[in-house]
Design a protein around this ligand. Structure first.
Ligand code: SF4
Ligand code: SF4
Length: 355
């Protein structure tokens, strides 16, 4: 057996410290039991893993958030100061101008709306004709008067809204995201519905995200979506388009939860045993480049939180953006990647196997 993960944690002051996180993923007495993720890919002819062509630029506008959810992989919260500047946003716009094949710009955070230049950025993106996604946590719409008109702002700029709702009950949602979050989320969804979001024929897309509340894999996306639709409509009159099921990756606060609850080993075992080569072929890092709040480039949001920058053969800052070199890179992998390839697969757009 390797070093107990809790004693690794004791050596580090911050649980979100990327060095600690990578050590936990490497140790825990699991090295001999579980093959490195890269070896599993090799067995299926997928190593080195390379992009299939970048079509999504996911941009993290900052780590500030009005919530502090228990499983947040960003370790976001009201006290985080990291925020993307307008200059860095301009570099993202310059990069997009050079890359017409990037059809989607996916804005995330923290709460991206809390960035003081959020609206300016969306206004610049809108005329480019790309699909704009905002990962809105719902409660931000009610958090302050200055956010109350967000549903209309989203509508006017053709934004696709993607929002987390851990469950259709207050107890499970509040346990994961904080007291009162369910009630506010329901109110925010009703406000989005009122301006047309999720309504048939409106063209205004509203998608929800489900992730498990404990150390288990999500159930089938199709059956959960049907149940969410039924319960939200009958209980609150809410409609939405799609439900995306996302597996929790052992990163940041969720990794901390696994370590604290002694679930780390058994959870990794579940992920490793559920490895699905079809899901592995469809992981989101193959068509996405992730931009950090400071302009640094990553293969995905999770690698960003672990400070695993793109391979040195590729440009590593948005100012040096070069899509051809990025599309030739080998994707940086680690044991947390098992979270993307378990079962039906997982990405920011939900299941990946069978898409
Ligand atoms: S999960 Fe989302 S809403 Fe919750 S703290 Fe993290 S960024 Fe904020
Ligand atoms: S964690 Fe990131 S790099 Fe690893 S497989 Fe998932 S998307 Fe790709």
């Amino acid at each position: 057996m390797g070093i107990p993960v809790k004693s690794l944690k004791a050596q580090h002051h911050l649980f979100a410290d990327p060095t600690y996180q990578l050590e936990v993923l490497r140790h825990a007495g699991l090295e001999e039991e579980f093959p490195p993720f890269a070896v599993r890919l090799q067995e299926h002819g997928l190593y080195p893993l390379r992009p299939t062509g970048t079509t999504i630029l996911q941009i993290n506008l900052g780590k500030m958030c009005n919530q502090t959810c228990r499983h947040c992989h960003v370790d976001a919260g009201p006290d985080r100061k990291e925020i993307m500047t307008r200059d860095t946003m301009q570099l993202c716009l310059d990069a997009l101008a050079k890359a017409p094949h990037i059809a989607t710009v996916d804005l995330t955070g923290g709460a991206p709306e809390m960035n003081p230049d959020f609206r300016w950025f969306v206004e610049q993106l809108y005329p480019l004709g790309r699909q704009i996604i905002v990962r809105c946590n719902l409660t931000i719409i009610l958090a302050n008067k200055k956010y109350h008109d967000l549903p209309l702002f989203f509508k006017e700029h053709g934004v696709q809204v993607v929002s987390s709702l851990p469950y259709f009950s207050a107890s499970r949602t509040d346990a994961q995201r904080g007291g009162g979050v369910f009630e506010k989320s329901i109110k925010a969804l009703q406000l989005l519905n009122e301006v047309g979001y999720g309504q048939a024929g409106s063209g205004l897309q509203l998608d929800l995200v489900y992730n498990p509340s404990g150390a288990f894999l999500p159930a089938s996306q199709k059956s959960l979506e049907a149940e969410f639709k039924r319960r939200l409509l009958s209980g609150y009159g809410i409609v939405f388009n799609n439900l995306f099921c996302i597996t929790n990756l052992p990163v940041s606060r969720y990794l901390d939860y696994l370590v604290e609850s002694d679930n780390y080993g058994s959870y990794m075992e579940k992920l490793v045993n559920a490895f699905n080569p079809v899901a592995a072929a469809g992981v989101m890092c193959r068509n996405t480049v992730s931009v950090g709040w400071d302009g640094l480039l990553y293969d995905c949001d999770f690698n960003q939180m672990l400070e695993l920058k793109v391979a040195p053969s590729a440009p590593r800052h948005i100012r040096d953006f070069d899509l051809q070199r990025l599309d030739e890179r080998a994707i940086v992998l680690n044991q947390h990647c098992y979270g993307c390839t378990a079962g039906a697969g997982s990405s920011c757009g939900g299941e990946t196997a069978g898409k």
